[in-house]
Design a protein around this ligand. Structure first.
Ligand code: UDX
Length: 435
């Protein structure tokens, strides 16, 4: 497994748990040293136990020596980062190409090279060209095998996938990949073989569709606020239709994370390059970007239209619960909008504080009630379980004015208003409190 980040480490540990022998490779010496000591550099529920048990069983090891790891391997997964390239939003494939040429030089015997990183359509062809040019004698096949792992649920998603997608054209590679995924295949997880380019596109199409689905319900939320409807009931009412499905229909501050923002942008760019623009995805990107700042303005409106010199408590900073990941978190744009309007911001997150401190210049509190001390308004941005049953009396007692803006509709207006709060949700009609 070349690359021991979110995808590589989870995939490597899960493959080891299937009974395969796995070597996780990474250039970052300190990361590998930490992993060898059983220190997991990312927050992913259950990962530390999974790594520990498989290291103990002798099926999982860590090294910075790619050459030795590749020489022994039947299958080499490329799971390195493919961030958005500065400036133009294309996927930056520098790490993928560098890994490909290093792998090429180390291949011994027939080896299947698998791109697990999310890579634009056609990348597999480029990887194949690089390997062939670097090592003309190499006997290999390049295969696409995208991951569909959600952060915070990655192990579950790996072990009980809705499907496994493998893009290839080489029969020997097909036999090897069937063997690699046999434990899942036997559990009836569909193993879908496609062409390599089809497999690469499936990944982008999946993330693009999910991002669009979220953006759809977010726009429905705005309409609900105007027409006096309830977006959670709209979501339930359409989600019960089997053709729509109820997942990913929760209105919120907009999607974030290391995937949707990057993958929608890369998909739009690829489509433009091939003169088949995906305008629905282009619109999804624009709507989502605007929404995050609009959420900041929602908070400003909740305190009467001016936050200059006022204190805002931000509950939740990560892009979603059960992760420490701050990449493209909506909280970043919400906080920036509030700061630009002169607000004093105090933030708290159960897991994201270390990462948030690298990205936000705000006060950091030790808990939700500390963040709310003297605050004119509290805004719930990330629906951590810890925020689902706040002691509203205690919260009210520490705040300067009891105003709650709930960007994830965790609470119901009546229950919050009963404690003397003014409540604003997303896509909820402002309950006109009976005078
Ligand atoms: C996503 C895809 O789900 C996963 O299959 C892919 O491999 C990687 O990208 P991830 O980014 O970890 O996974 O998180 P996800 O749970 O999909 O949420 C993405 C964003 O959408 C988060 O900001 C989340 O808060 C938001 N979201 C999700 C909503 O706003 N509403 C929803 O109903 C669901």
């Amino acid at each position: 497994m070349v690359g021991s980040g979110y995808v590589g480490l989870v995939s490597g540990a899960c493959f080891a748990d299937f009974g395969h022998d796995v070597i996780c490779v990474d250039k970052a010496v300190e990361k590998i040293e930490a992993l060898k000591k059983g220190i997991i550099p990312i927050f992913e529920p259950g990962l530390d136990a999974l790594v520990e048990s498989n290291v103990k069983a002798g099926r999982l090891s860590f090294t910075t020596d790619l050459t030795e790891a590749v020489a022994e391997a039947d299958v080499v997964f490329i799971a390195v980062g493919t961030p958005s390239r500065r400036g133009d939003g294309h996927a930056d494939l520098g790490y993928v190409y560098a890994a490909s040429s290093e792998i090429a030089a180390a291949i011994k015997g027939f080896t299947v090279i698998v791109t697990k990183s999310t890579v634009p359509v056609g990348t597999g062809d480029e990887v194949e060209r690089i390997i062939r040019e670097t090592n003309p004698e190499a006997d290999f096949a390049v295969v696409s095998n995208p991951e569909f792992l959600r952060e915070g649920a990655a192990i579950e998603d790996f072990k009980r996938p809705d499907r496994i997608v493998v893009g290839l054209s080489d029969e020997r590679a097909r036999a090897v990949m069937t063997e690699v995924y046999r434990p899942l295949y036997l559990n009836q997880s569909p193993l879908l073989f496609t062409s390599r380019r089809t497999s690469e596109l499936i990944k982008y199409a999946a993330n693009g569709f999910l991002a669009m689905k979220i953006t759809f319900i977010n726009e429905m939320a705005d309409l609900c606020e105007r027409v006096g409807a309830d977006v959670q009931d709209v979501s339930r009412g359409i989600g019960l239709d089997g053709r729509i499905g109820s997942k990913f229909l929760h209105a919120g501050p907009g999607y974030g994370g290391s995937c949707f923002p990057k993958d929608t942008l890369a998909l739009a760019k690829t489509a433009q390059d091939y003169d088949a623009p995906v305008r629905l995805i282009e619109t999804t990107i624009a709507v989502n970007d605007n929404r995050k700042r609009a959420m900041g303005r929602k908070v400003i409106a909740a305190v009467g239209g001016d936050v200059r010199g006022k204190k805002v408590a931000v509950l939740g900073l990560t892009f979603k619960p059960n992760t420490d990941d701050m990449r493209d978190s909506p909280a970043i744009a919400v906080v920036q909008t509030l700061k630009d309007a002169g607000a004093i911001v105090s933030g708290y997150d159960p897991e994201g504080m270390e990462n948030a401190k690298q990205m936000m210049d705000i006060e950091f509190a030790s808990g939700p009630y500390q963040a709310a001390e003297g605050a004119d308004v509290a805004v719930l941005v990330t629906e951590w379980n810890e925020f689902r049953a706040l002691d509203l009396e205690r919260l009210k007692s520490v705040m300067k004015s009891p105003i709650l803006v709930d960007l994830r509709n965790v609470y119901r207006a009546p229950e919050v208003e009963a404690h003397g709060f003014t409540y604003t949700g997303v896509g909820k009609t402002e309950e006109v409190t009976k005078v």
